[in-house]
Design a protein around this ligand. Sequence first.
Ligand code: FES
Length: 177
Amino acid sequence: MPLETEARAQIRALVAEFRPEHGDLLAAMHSVQHHLGYLSSEAMEVIAEQLGLFPAEVYGAASFYEEFRFTPPAQTNIRWCSGPACRLKNGGGIRDAILATLGLHDIPGDTEDGRAGVILGQCNGACELAPMVWLEQPSTHRIEFVGNLNAARAVRMARALRDGATIEASIEETKRA
Ligand code: FES
C-alpha cells in the first residue's frame, strides 16, 4: 500500500462516495479532474483502489474521453468555440491567430511555461457573441466569455495571457484593437 500523503488523502476524500460495481468510474474521474484540474497517476491509483479496479483500467477509460487530461492544466485556458455560428464568423481565423501567438500547433496545447493553453469548446448557445472564446482559470474555476472577437483582438488577448497578464487585463486588451 503506498504512503498516505496529503495529496493522496485529498484525492481519497474526493472519491469517498463512489463504490465498486456501481458504474461510478466516470463520476469519480470527473470529481477529481474538476477539483484538481487533471488526473495524475496518483489520482488514478486512488480511484482504482476505491473502485476495485487496476490503475490501467482507469487510465484506459479516461484516455477514451477527450475531456480528461493527465498533466496539470495551464494557468489560464482559452476554450475556443468550434460551433457553427462562430465558424461562420471567422472562428477558424481566430483559432489560428491564438495558436500562432502562443507558439502552438494544435488544440489542445499548452505553452511550455504553463501560463496559457488552448482547448476545444462547443457552442453553448451564446451565439450572439460569435466568434467567441471562454477564458478559464482551473485553479479558481473562474470562467469569462470573450465575444465579438476578430483576429487582432484575439492576438492581443493571447499575447497578454502568454506574457502573464490577468484575465481582466487580457480582456481589456481586446478592447484596444
Ligand atoms: S457557435 Fe459559438 S457560441 Fe454558438
